[in-house]
Unconditional design. Structure first.
Length: 150
């Protein structure tokens, strides 16, 4: 997402008015994706709350406000120690409550299992799923690695 103006134009040109038919645009990667340590897309991001909101959340906020963005994909990263895929402070408090996003939050590839295998905040796939679901991550992609059985 380059900025709110370009993002809004892109979403308006791509996303269908009737989401039962056509295309839903996805904003990615929420949040702080470009600032991870060592340039690793799953690395830690160290940002203060003001920079986080004014620089990194604001383009998402603009597209939510101005274009009705339908879906958002989480970042692999952790922001100040909170893995985005399992953080209610990021996906619920910031994204849904503060920014007003009411669409579907989708996982970036293996971000749910990464709560267990990389971030080490879950001991099992089931616990990783519970953390992600309660944080506000609606759909695991590309497969149901943690959201499936058991």
């Amino acid at each position: 997402m380059l900025n709110g103006i370009i993002g809004t134009a892109y979403v308006q040109g791509l996303q269908s008015d009737d989401l039962r038919h056509g295309v839903a645009a996805t904003g990615k990667h929420f949040l702080g994706y470009a600032m991870s340590e060592g340039g690793r897309n799953w690395g830690s991001v160290q940002l203060g709350p003001r920079e986080l909101r004014e620089v990194y959340a604001e383009p998402f906020a603009a597209v939510i406000r101005n274009a009705g963005l339908a879906t958002i994909m989480n970042s692999y990263a952790s922001v100040d120690g909170l893995p985005c895929a399992g953080a209610p402070a990021i996906l619920t408090a910031l994204l849904r409550e503060e920014l007003g996003f009411s669409g579907t939050v989708v996982a970036d590839y293996a971000s749910v299992v990464m709560l267990m295998e990389y971030h080490h905040v879950a001991a099992t796939r089931g616990e990783a799923a519970r953390l992600a679901l309660t944080a506000g991550l609606d759909m695991e992609l590309p497969a149901t690695d943690c959201y499936g059985a058991p």
